[in-house]
Design a binder for this molecule. Structure first.
Ligand code: CEZ
Length: 788
């Protein structure tokens, strides 16, 4: 039975067959590793660009992290073979590559480690993976125990394939002095400048253990031989590893330990695997992590993870929701906010939205992100596609394609930061421009971003889409320079209204008035040009054709165009009701709400690349959780709290076997999508992308804190307005806010007609508590009427 354990801080999966790609992930300040329950791994580190130290066995194309990553027999992984030297029988843990049916199997990913316990034929192997806080290395602990009645003679063989390192130069050998397998390579290059640029790279991958092996092998091919990975020739009965090397051959770290284990006996190993620049770095890492104080390493790692746990805890009738929100959600937010998804040029909208969640964890990061973004704006006000995090970084991949939405996120992130911290000093903080020597205040930067946005419109006054908006691959709606984005019209209007409030608070009536006027005019244009009868169109193409409308056979209704119409106030009550009905009818699936439907099955040259993606995958009509989160935001905005909760809840895999099997993932992160197109492709509907890079995490966290629990900051205090689902009788939460602690108890009271709020036993007039005192603990009781 899969379940949360340790008070929700760990998950337990007991079957390696239930969801083969089910994975956990760990990271530190420099690296990330995602590991499946069966032992496959995807890992990368920053140096300064993302790099791998364990590769696939053939030349690989470099790309950003992809959804639905494919695993195959020779995929990189961390494997431990166990051979009974009397019978010759062989199995491997966690499960690959031998795939022998275990007697028992437990995979337990936790917040700062991943553990496995596998038993087979009277032997137990326990594995634990941890990362140090600030070095690129995997630290493994492995314990082999004899849980049977008689002495066992076994070989224990960690097998860490290193894969195809380089077409120029790769090899490997066992270094007796270091007691480590050292795999060497030269990162391929052609330009002479790259020789100098690459000299610092960690071109070594090494595997070392805290004791010398009895035998070893470094050639992957010699190890595998004719038997294949499930039955490697080098591990056939009676054989010991031959001590070979790899000479422009594919290397692997393979160590053999021959163990005589009496009944009840066990042997423990510590191993380290990772990249290094040279042997002295290998020696340093071995000294630090194999001979150093293991407890201190673990403490530091846990402390790092604890930094990310946020300042919010909830207790509801929904235990799985609590486990996710209290531990795994802030963890996912922190991963994004602290690592920038392991790139040096995050997409501007991702960078800013990842910072949105960080206001609840480490607001200083949000502040830095906002100011850095402003400092890369052009003096025209234009916010660039992609933010460079280092002087030597360059804009890559999608950041070379012109998108028009970035100003919106700068406003949303800045407002969220102000709401949470009330640190108005940020508005006066000065930032330069990418193409001018002048410096201006953040307030001016944001205002100018909006005036640039307001100017990039067609003759109707609707915003041009260029080669994409929030939706990256929507690249052909407006590539001829005319197409417009309905979503962006709504998002711009919303952002302008938000910023107008800030302007008012700053007593800048003129700008506030202008923004209110623009926001209102956009709403009028949206209603005049984009309302299709029961919902809003997604946009108008270069050729003047509305799309995302009832006349479309595919891509008929888009969720974003509805959600943001709720947020910006374009839709009146009648339109809201029609939209909700249409969403229920066209977009609801058993696995959440789809981003649009039906998915495109053929290219639409006036919509673009997204229509060429597999129907139901990613932006082609998946249950795209980021879009679903916007929908939830729209729903809370119009006080549709039951629906909003359902939308949020559907993003979480249930901790139950049936749901884990369908989704193919564990309830430890929100993936960027679950497959949609459930009418077109019911067999694959619901399947997770298993990609945990997504702006969803920030939005989800913020919605839970500020809407579901309803405690959100304003300029003069805090609003207390929970929107809990009608079938919850009670919910409690604790939140640190501006240095004070709020302990809030929300309950439904039979017979009550109006909401009542007590703060420290005194009835609050309205729902705003003015003046929050640092260091104080507030006891808040919210009594809500029962829902009819
Ligand atoms: O990328 C995300 C982007 O990182 O897609 C979102 C967008 O808002 C995010 O900024 C919606 O388009 O096909 C592509 O080029 C896309 O760029 C995808 O790679 C997509 C992936 O799902 C990666 O997260």
């Amino acid at each position: 039975m899969p379940e949360f354990i340790d008070n929700g801080t760990r998950f337990r999966l007991t079957d390696p067959m239930l969801a083969p790609a089910a994975a956990g992930y760990l990271w530190n300040r420099r690296m990330m590793i995602q590991m499946t329950c069966r032992g496959y791994a995807v890992s990368q580190y920053m140096d300064p660009e993302p790099r791998k130290y364990a590769h696939v066995p053939t030349i690989a194309g470099q790309s950003f992290m992809q959804p639905e990553h494919r695993y195959f027999a020779h995929h990189p992984g961390r494997f431990f073979y166990v051979r009974d030297n009397r019978s010759g029988s062989l199995f491997s843990v966690p499960h690959e590559p031998v795939r022998a049916r275990p007697d028992s199997f437990v995979f337990e990913p936790g917040l700062s480690d991943m553990r496995w316990t596998v038993e087979k034929d009277g032997l137990r192997v326990e594995l634990c993976l941890e990362l140090p806080e600030d070095d690129v290395a995997e630290i493994w602990t492995a314990t082999v125990s004899n849980i049977g009645e008689s002495t066992r003679d076994v070989s224990f063989v960690p097998y860490f394939p290193v894969g195809y390192m380089s077409w120029m130069n790769m090899g490997g050998h066992f270094d007796a002095e270091l007691g480590a397998v050292i795999c060497t390579s030269v990162t391929p290059y052609q330009a002479v400048e790259d020789y100098f640029r690459n000299r610092h790279l960690k071109d070594i991958t090494f595997l070392a253990a805290d004791r010398l092996p009895d035998h070893f092998e470094v050639s992957q091919q010699a190890f595998e031989g004719e038997g294949g990975l499930a039955d490697p020739s080098a591990l056939q009965a009676g054989k010991n590893l031959a001590g070979g090397d790899a000479a422009y051959e594919i290397p692997a770290g393979i160590l053999q330990y021959n163990l005589l284990l009496p009944a009840g006996g066990c042997e423990r190993f510590r191993l380290i695997f990772g990249p290094a620049h040279d042997k002295s770095e290998v020696a340093m890492l071995i000294g630090k992590y194999l001979r150093g104080d293991a407890d201190a390493v673990q403490k530091a790692t846990r402390a790092y993870m604890a930094e990310g746990l946020g300042s919010f805890e909830i207790e509801t009738p929904d235990a799985a929701f609590d486990a996710f929100v209290n531990h795994w959600l802030p963890r996912q937010v922190f991963y994004h906010g602290d690592t920038n998804r392991l790139t040096t040029d995050p997409q501007t909208r991702n960078y800013l939205q990842d910072a949105l969640g960080m206001v609840f964890i480490r607001p200083d990061t949000t502040r830095e992100v906002i100011l850095r973004t402003a400092s890369q704006q052009s003096v025209s006000g234009k916010v660039p596609d992609g933010i460079l995090l280092r002087p030597d970084a360059t804009l890559k991949y999608i950041n070379q394609i012109p998108h028009t939405d970035h100003a919106v996120w700068l406003v949303i992130a800045t407002c969220a930061y102000l709401d949470e911290t009330n640190d108005r000093s940020i508005l006066a903080a000065s930032a330069g421009w990418s193409d001018s020597d002048v410096k201006d205040s953040l307030y001016d930067h944001v205002t100018r971003a909006l005036s640039f946005l307001a100017g990039e419109v067609d003759e109707r006054g609707l915003p041009l889409i260029a080669q994409g908006d929030w939706n990256d691959p929507m690249n052909m709606v407006g590539y001829k320079g005319k197409g417009v984005s309905g979503w962006l019209a709504e998002a711009s209007s919303y952002a302008m209204s938000l910023w107008a409030e800030v302007c008012e608070a700053e007593a800048d009536r003129e700008t506030a008035g202008w923004l209110r006027g623009e926001a209102g005019a956009l709403v009028e244009r949206i209603n005049a040009h984009l309302w299709d009868g029961d919902w809003y169109a997604r946009g108008i193409t270069d050729d003047g054709k509305h799309f995302g409308v009832s006349a479309d056979e595919e891509g008929r209704i888009y969720l974003n165009a509805q959600s943001w119409a709720m947020l910006c106030g374009a839709a009146d009550e009648d339109r809201q009701a029609r939209m909700l009905r249409a969403i229920d009818e066209h977009l609801e699936t058993p696995y959440g709400v789809a981003m649009f439907a039906p998915a495109y099955t053929r290219m639409r040259e006036d919509v673009g690349r997204l229509t060429q993606k597999w129907p139901g995958s990613a932006e082609n009509g998946a249950v795209y959780n980021h879009a679903a989160a916007f929908y939830a935001a729209g729903l809370y905005h119009i006080k549709e709290s039951d629906r909003a909760y359902r939308v949020l809840r559907a993003m979480l895999t249930e901790p139950k076997a049936e749901d884990i099997a369908v989704r193919g993932q564990l309830p430890l992160y929100i993936p960027n999508y679950y497959r949609g197109a459930w009418r077109q492709y019911p067999r694959t509907a619901g399947r997770s992308s298993n990609l945990f890079n997504t702006g969803t995490a920030s939005w989800f966290y913020r919605l839970v804190i500020e809407q579901l629990c309803g405690l959100r900051g304003t300029r003069d205090g805090v609003v207390i307005a929970p929107q809990i689902p009608s079938d919850w009788d009670r919910c409690r939460f604790r939140r640190t806010f501006r240095g004070a602690i709020f302990e809030v108890d929300v309950e439904r009271v039979c017979g009550l007609t109006d909401r009542e709020i007590d703060v420290d036993r005194e009835l609050l007039d309205g729902d705003v508590l003015r003046r929050v005192e640092r260091g104080r603990t507030y006891q808040v009781r919210v009594r809500l009427p029962e829902r009819a």
